[in-house]
Design a protein around this ligand. Structure first.
Ligand SMILES: [Fe+2]
Length: 382
């Protein structure tokens, strides 16, 4: 068995209406002046106002930052840092989807340690103790609330950089399923499919271990069997809670076993054409599963056995790929690179970029530029 070293740095609170505890929890952690980092969609939902009221009642002064989008860049982080510095904050709260939480973490790195976020690529590069943070996800997707990594795009090159440190883990992750009801249907579908891909990829990486397997399997069980319910019935609070927890367990699985070739192939699609992460994942995942089948088929069988669509007697790899295609169709996600406007002439260059993605090295089948080109060609022809 592979060794592991697991220390849960994040207190996990789950339950309908748990947002009401935000002020008391912040106060318990000693927050006095906090930066509430929330994307603009969250502002429109009224959650920023609600969170601000709760925090103010808890005796916490609140400053807000909204100047970023679904793909936070180095420039946006610098703007956040300047604002945070001018308010002399002592803490941060990420409220929203993965981008809000990743932005809060990235501002924390540069505010406490100086320099630019590029200097924190890799793991354990924090130069000073980081400020305490609370993560409040409003989507069920990235699992950033469970992780000590942030993903930020270089504003010039568009390359995604992963910066991690134990200090970048949230002190508290507050999971209130009611907050995920406001997700637009398209966001629930793309974010949910991303979470599904996390369960699948983490279960087969070369870095997997006895602990990450527990998280991956439970994530798959919850996500695979509730995805269609949140897509068809947005008000289904039971399904929302299951997806939110599933995304959290999948995020913890990433923290302990990394990801694979699907994420390596998806990242250049986002960097070059602004294709949303979950959409890019949807385009690539079934192809990566089929390509990995020769080495990961038995693992895929075990994964399927946990879910709502057991593999039967046939080839588990094909069964998993088909199940994923079925879920992708339920979510209304596109199925081919051609259909989203990726030029065929770019595939070779994209394959080179995919081979440089850090996460590709943990794929169960050795992955490089020629493998990426094969996968892109298959995805193109769909
Ligand atoms: Fe992802």
């Amino acid at each position: 068995m592979e060794p592991f070293d697991f220390h849960s740095r994040t207190r996990l609170i789950f339950g309908e209406g748990s947002l009401d505890r935000l002020g008391a929890l912040a106060s318990e952690l000693g927050f006095k002046r906090t930066l509430l980092v929330a994307d603009k969609g969250i502002l429109a939902c009224g959650y920023v106002e609600r969170a601000t009221n709760l925090l103010t009642e808890g005796g916490v002064a609140v400053f807000t930052f909204h100047e970023f989008d679904s793909n936070p860049t180095t420039t946006m982080i610098e703007a956040g840092r300047k604002l945070a510095e001018s308010f002399s904050i002592d803490s941060l709260i990420g409220l929203g989807g993965g981008s809000s939480m990743d932005t809060a973490k990235a501002i924390n790195f540069v505010l406490t340690g100086g320099g630019s976020i590029q200097e924190y690529q890799g793991y354990g590069k924090a130069r000073a103790p980081m400020l305490p943070m609370i993560g409040v996800p409003t989507t069920a997707g990235t699992g950033s609330e469970a992780q000590s990594h942030t993903l930020i795009s270089d504003a010039e090159t568009h390359v995604k950089m992963a910066c991690g440190d134990p200090g970048a883990a949230f002190k508290i992750a507050l999971l209130d399923p009611q907050l995920t009801i406001s997700q637009p249907a398209a966001v629930a579908a793309t974010a949910g499919f991303d979470a599904i891909s996390h369960a699948v990829e983490t279960y087969a990486t070369t870095r997997r271990n006895a602990l990450s397997e527990v998280f991956s399997l439970e994530a798959w069980r919850l996500l695979e069997s509730h995805y269609d319910r949140v897509v068809r019935g947005p008000e289904d609070i039971g399904a929302r809670g299951a997806m939110q927890l599933g995304a959290y367990w999948a995020g913890l699985a990433i923290e302990n076993s990394m990801l694979g070739a699907t994420h390596a192939c998806a990242n250049p699609l986002t960097a070059n054409y602004d294709i949303e992460h979950g959409v890019a994942i949807g385009l690539m995942l079934p192809h990566v599963i089929r390509w990995n089948g020769a080495v990961a088929g038995e693992r895929y069988r075990r994964l399927l056995e946990q879910g709502a669509a057991p593999p039967g007697a046939g080839d588990p790899t094909e069964a998993l790929a088909r199940r994923l295609e079925e879920l992708r169709a339920l979510g209304g996600l596109p199925r081919g690179l051609r259909s989203v406007g990726v030029p065929e002439a770019d595939l070779e260059r994209l394959a080179g970029e995919a081979s440089e993605q850090w996460t590709g090295q943990f794929n169960p089948r050795p992955f490089g530029a020629s493998a990426a080109l094969t996968l892109y060609r298959r995805a193109y022809e769909m």
